[in-house]
Design a protein around this ligand. Sequence first.
Ligand code: ZN
Length: 217
Amino acid sequence: MESARSNNFRIRLSEGIFYSNFYNIKISITTKLWDGIYPFNSRIHSLKQVHGERIIEVKKGSLFKKEGDGFFTSDKGVVLEVKTADCFPVFISDKNLIMLLHVGWRGAKKGIVEKGIKIFQERGNIKDARVFLGPGIKKCCYEIKEDVAKFFEEFIEKRDKKIYLDLEKFIIDKFLNAGLKKENIFSFPHCTSCRNDLFYSHRKGDRGRIRAWILKE
Ligand SMILES: [Zn+2]
């Protein structure tokens, strides 16, 4: 797949990076085909990711490498970066505010998605927001054990005596419950494990990471 589109979203693959634009927001997601050349002039802001629920506000020009799994800004020219390999990079944006979350089961259990939504309700316009789920591991491959399954009762599937987690649905449901329209939520078509040729997957033994970037211009 080189491109895909739904009503409000379009993605295209170029030079090993998937791009999507909406409003004046640019979203980029690297694949294994990426040659490592960074495509923006603006400086990257990244986090020391710890599978938690902390979300930090970023101002243009602020230098930091803080611990957290999400951040947001209303400033132009600030690139937010999350690194993943099976966890979901979750982009949320309205016309003014951009937010990027790193969501695996641990962060989801701790409530990072709800926390992101709450910040958006206070600082942005959640009803007009668009949500873009980057590539993560889907229910086809996300096998978990009872110890994790007990936190996600409505979102597990049992097949061949194994338990699978639908973390994608868990995340999308949170946004639907917050009043977002279905057509304003886009979910990447590929699973990182099924499409390990294209994406890094921790469970497939990869050490590399997908880079997810969001920028307001
Ligand atoms: Zn899969």
